[in-house]
Design a protein. Structure first.
Length: 139
């Protein structure tokens, strides 16, 4: 069995964003040379997420509104976590809802997706560098 590991780095200039990273992950699969296996894509920061869904701007706006209703950023005093001097209590909760990682099957050297599935990096407390781990195992 072969193993491949790569870190992708993101520095989003805004507080929140959804970035389609599907092409970067496809490049990792090609680089790995693995034809049959599994690809793990994992946000390595507790205020960021990796998830799979459709690349449709209306859906992303819906996510933004829905997440802000679930865990509004302000007032920042509503979060016990922010008593530590942070202002990102909401970002931790948003990450929890959107998830830490995805696993995608690799079949015949390609990500084995449903028709509209794409991989996204979700940023909930941007303006600094964060990493995403790509780990691929297989033959």
């Amino acid at each position: 069995m072969k193993s491949y590991r790569k870190e992708l780095w993101f520095e989003v200039p805004t507080r929140r964003a959804f970035i389609n990273i599907t092409q970067e992950i496809k490049a990792c699969v090609r680089e790995s040379g693995i034809k049959e296996g599994l690809c793990l894509v994992n946000a390595m920061h507790i205020t960021a997420s990796v998830f799979i869904n459709d690349d449709e701007s209306g859906l992303h706006q819906d996510y933004e509104r829905w997440l802000e209703k679930l865990a509004p950023h302000e007032p920042i005093s509503q979060y016990m976590h922010n008593r530590t001097g942070e202002d990102n209590g909401d970002a931790h909760l948003k990450r929890q809802v959107m998830g830490r990682e995805v696993v995608v099957a690799i079949t015949e050297g390609h990500l084995d997706f449903g028709t509209w599935e794409r991989i996204f990096y979700g940023e909930f407390d941007g303006r600094r560098k964060k990493r995403v781990l790509v780990k691929i195992i297989g033959e």
